[in-house]
Design a protein around this ligand. Structure first.
Ligand code: ATP
Ligand code: MG
Length: 225
């Protein structure tokens, strides 16, 4: 069944087994369309990160499924799932997780290296283009520590875009940024969704940023409310 969704969750659940099982995600139905910017909100511990990790195929659901561009991830082998993730999904986290000993350009090219769909020369060219597009021209050879917090997060966005994913998942991408840089990141998200048709799902605690998204999904106790 095709629904026109870029990404979809059906009755998605993640329960940690144990003497007292812990329910992180409790039967969530969710979908986002191409070009949509969706905010996920909710109190600390409501399951936002857990949901994002499931949507991003970084964690395995206990039950339910994640469907990406019409492909049911449950039907794939581990290797196919990893490939799907590298090809279609980009991630931005609260902490940039850039590799400190690698240049800005090498950090951006890392996902391209892993996917290995482009020759090395073309990877570097694409990396430079992405950096330029995010206002980071001239920083290619710098180390992450030589950049400001806002610049580092834009490098992380460039890296997330490396393999031209159709979907970006961001977990509190502005959690460490001041208001000006937070708005800059969301302006980039806005442009990526409106102009490039990407789907972006961003967890945020910032109600002002959440309100500026196309839609808000509010979680409580692992459920959409
Ligand atoms: N590995 C784990 N073992 C046990 N409990 C966990 C584990 N991971 C998450 N939890 C619990 O599951 C619930 C959901 O966690 P999650 O990290 O998804 O929340 P969150 O909404 O992202 O919170 P925050 O806003 O603080 O980032 C929390 O109560 C958390 O303590
Ligand atoms: Mg979280």
């Amino acid at each position: 069944m095709t629904t026109g969704a870029a990404i979809e969750a059906r009755k998605l659940a993640r329960i940690l087994p144990g003497l007292i099982p812990v329910t992180l995600v409790d039967g969530i139905d969710f979908m986002a369309k191409p070009g949509e910017l969706v905010a996920i909100t909710g109190a600390s511990g409501s399951g936002k990160s857990s949901l994002l990790y499931l949507l991003g195929l970084l964690d395995e659901p206990t039950s339910g499924s994640v469907i990406i561009d019409g492909i049911d991830s449950a039907s794939l082998t581990d290797a196919q799932r990893t490939h799907l993730r590298l090809e279609r999904l980009g991630f931005v986290f609260q902490f940039h997780f850039l590799l400190p000993e690698f240049s800005v350009l090498d950090n951006v090219c890392m996902p391209m290296k892993k996917l290995n769909a482009l020759p090395e020369q073309a990877q570097a060219e694409r990396g430079r283009m992405l950096l330029k597009d995010l206002g980071l021209e001239g920083s290619e050879k710098k180390l992450p520590e030589q950049l400001s917090g806002g610049e580092r997060q834009r490098v992380a966005v460039a890296r997330a875009l490396a393999n031209a994913p159709s979907i970006l998942l961001a977990d509190e991408p502005t959690g460490n940024l001041d208001s000006k840089n937070s708005h800059a990141v969301f302006d980039i998200f806005r442009r990526l969704t409106r102009q490039d048709g990407k789907t972006i799902i961003a967890v945020t605690h910032d109600q002002e940023l959440a309100s500026a998204c196309d839609r808000q999904v509010h979680l409580a106790d692992g459920q959409v409310v």
